[in-house]
Design a protein around this ligand. Sequence first.
Ligand SMILES: [Zn+2]
Length: 420
Amino acid sequence: MSGSGSSLLDDVNAPFDDHWYSDPWIPTSDEVIGLGLDAAEEASVRLGRDAAAQMSAIRQVLVDAARYPEVYVHDASAKDAVDFAVRGAVFDLATRLQMSETTVRNLGYQAEILITRLPGVWQAFRDGMVPVGTARTAAEVVTTLPDDDPTLWAAFDADVTPLATTLNPARFRDRARRIRERLHPRPVAERHADAATERRVQIEHGPDGMSWLTVYAPSHILQRVRVRIDAATDKIAAAEDETRTRDQIRADVATDILLGTATPPSTQVSVGVLVPVQTLLGGNQPATLEGVGPIPADTARELCAGAPSFFRLLTHPVSGAILTLDRTKYRPPKDLQRWVRIRDPLCTAPGCGRRSADCDIDHTLDAARDGPTNDTNLGPMCEPHHRVKHRTKWDIRWITDRRMWTSPTGPSYDVDTPPF
Ligand SMILES: [Zn+2]
């Protein structure tokens, strides 16, 4: 048959004739980019699904090791057989998966938490709609709610599931914490008092002769520390011959203060506190500390009562009158800037994690095009995103009360303004 294969060869070549080649699909530039975006998105969906499958499998191995300890221990009837069987299985997984044993335990535990307490997030995670970091954050936050209250878990699950499929991990963490604050049945003042007993200083050594110093203390104190360091840094950075980056200056200022080796330039600093009027009158609605988030009502009342380094903003319809200002003024007045930075603690670009303290206050609709200088048209925007706004076809506008960022390739994203 070897010499008579020409007809077979003709058949094989049939689809590749001139006609087939003469009309190729030449994608437009839009389609080229669109295909790339689709490929990246599809890969993310697969990654999410695979991560969920991995966590589920790790959990199952640990459950099965407890059920069949004889696989791992010599004497399955010993009192500690299950404990050691699970340890053996953790070690087994860590070796096979090139993970630390702590990671294996955390993944298994978080899978258990997601399955038992957050079925909504778990399902969306398994469908590839939630990134693994976000799913793990949800599990981490829900474990700080009481261990015996399934109604609370269900309420948390219902609130965070839609956010888990839209926000990036950093923003999701922030929102999940706020939701947890709102749902927690124990008064925030009690929880804060308990947590404050855990305050401490830790030092962690890194490579290349460097280390991290961590201070765990009440937020309102550390926020003042931060504002003081930032203010001193601003002064130093303004010097013409200064060559250090702001991060480097901040580190030098902080260590100088702690060692008493240099006095930072004196600065007038104050931290904004956003307080519901009812709270000031004795209510329990948490207040919001600029750059931090919710703080207990008691702490807020104390701060408002005297401390000169705090700057009070009441959340009441009356305060709205201060906020809408003369539209002929281009530069937003200080108080208005302040309020906008507290309302939007981060750059208003979707997913951006830069602190509003490091951002400019941007007119969503440019002042040159009659955009008013009031809180509904202002938002913090970091320099890189400011450039994206002005130099690219990304479109930013208010639609009812949401700021929408619309991509040149079509999709729109709304900016999650934190609810107060
Ligand atoms: Zn940004």
